[in-house]
Write a protein that binds this ligand. Structure first.
Ligand SMILES: NC(=O)c1ccc[n+]([C@@H]2O[C@H](COP(=O)([O-])OP(=O)(O)OC[C@H]3O[C@@H](n4cnc5c(N)ncnc54)[C@H](OP(=O)(O)O)[C@@H]3O)[C@@H](O)[C@H]2O)c1
Length: 243
């Protein structure tokens, strides 16, 4: 287990929880973080020391938690970092928050979680990733390419920035033996999608939403040797929604 360490943000529910479980089931040591504690149904519930309870909006708090993480890792190789945690704020009626209604403060909070925290985390564990010839997977979104009916501009632009960051990181980190890719989910059945999302079904050729486990399987596969020459790209997981 010590040979295969994955660090994943936002492991408490949704895609992150399904992905943590997938790695755990395949024999990886899984280190997670989220604002809430480890969910009781997690198979790694006994292993509470491998969960960091942290709010990624607070970049100062993140800085000190990163020192704890480095201590926990103790120079061990880290095979994969999955930057998954994100927020997509809505208005009081749970509708899309448009450009005019998005305050700068909110924009900043979204970027802290969705964009700056992945940068800080990736930089903090570069040595561990290099030791493992590891990989980083950034979880972007279909909303990084097009205006989305429910996700607002703060979310969309943060994901577009994360997509560009993937390219930049891949160019710079390849020389250290670290590969960097992104996955861009479409509509996946988690708490992030809106109750009114049913209307989006007509735009999905497969006629259904994706399941968290279908995203988890792709992320896990990308961390196997089958993907050894895949670098600096984004894989869409959207049932054909982008055609
Ligand atoms: N679901 C979709 O249709 C969809 C589509 C495109 C892209 N995505 C992307 O897929 C990823 C996972 O989304 P999801 O649908 O699984 O969302 P989700 O169900 O809302 O889960 C988000 C995860 O991020 C954590 N998180 C949120 N804010 C945090 C913060 N400030 N600090 C630490 N952890 C935080 C949450 O944990 P706590 O609440 O416990 O902190 C939770 O574990 C995100 O990057 C999202 O943008 C999802």
């Amino acid at each position: 287990m010590e040979d295969k360490i994955v660090i994943l943000t936002g492991g408490s529910r949704g895609i992150g929880h399904a992905t943590s479980k997938k790695f755990w089931d395949n024999g990886w040591r899984v280190i997670t973080c989220s604002r809430t504690p480890v969910a009781p149904q997690c198979p790694w519930e006994q292993n509470k020391s491998d969960h960091f309870q942290i709010d990624l909006e607070d970049l100062n708090g993140l800085e000190s938690k990163l020192s704890e993480l480095i201590k926990l890792l103790d120079n061990k190789p880290v095979k994969a970092l999955i930057n998954n945690a994100a927020i997509s704020p809505k208005n009081n009626n749970n509708q899309r928050l448009g450009f005019i209604d998005t305050s700068i403060e909110l924009w900043q909070r979204v970027f802290n979680v969705n964009f700056f925290a992945p940068i800080m985390l990736s930089k903090a564990i570069i040595n561990n990733l290099q030791l493992a010839k590891g990989m980083v997977i950034n979880v972007t979104s279909i909303a990084s390419e097009n205006v989305h009916e429910f996700a607002g501009p703060a979310y969309g632009t943060s994901k577009a920035a994360l997509k560009s960051l993937t390219r930049e990181m891949a160019a710079d980190l390849s020389k250290l033996g670290i590969r960097v890719n992104a996955i861009a989910p479409g509509e996946i059945e988690t708490s992030m999608i809106s109750e009114d999302s049913e209307q989006l079904l007509k735009s999905i050729p497969m006629g259904r939403f994706g399941k968290p486990d279908e995203v988890a399987s792709v992320i896990h596969s990308m961390c196997t040797d089958s993907f050894s020459y895949v670098n600096g790209t984004e894989i869409e997981i959207n049932g054909g929604q982008a055609v």
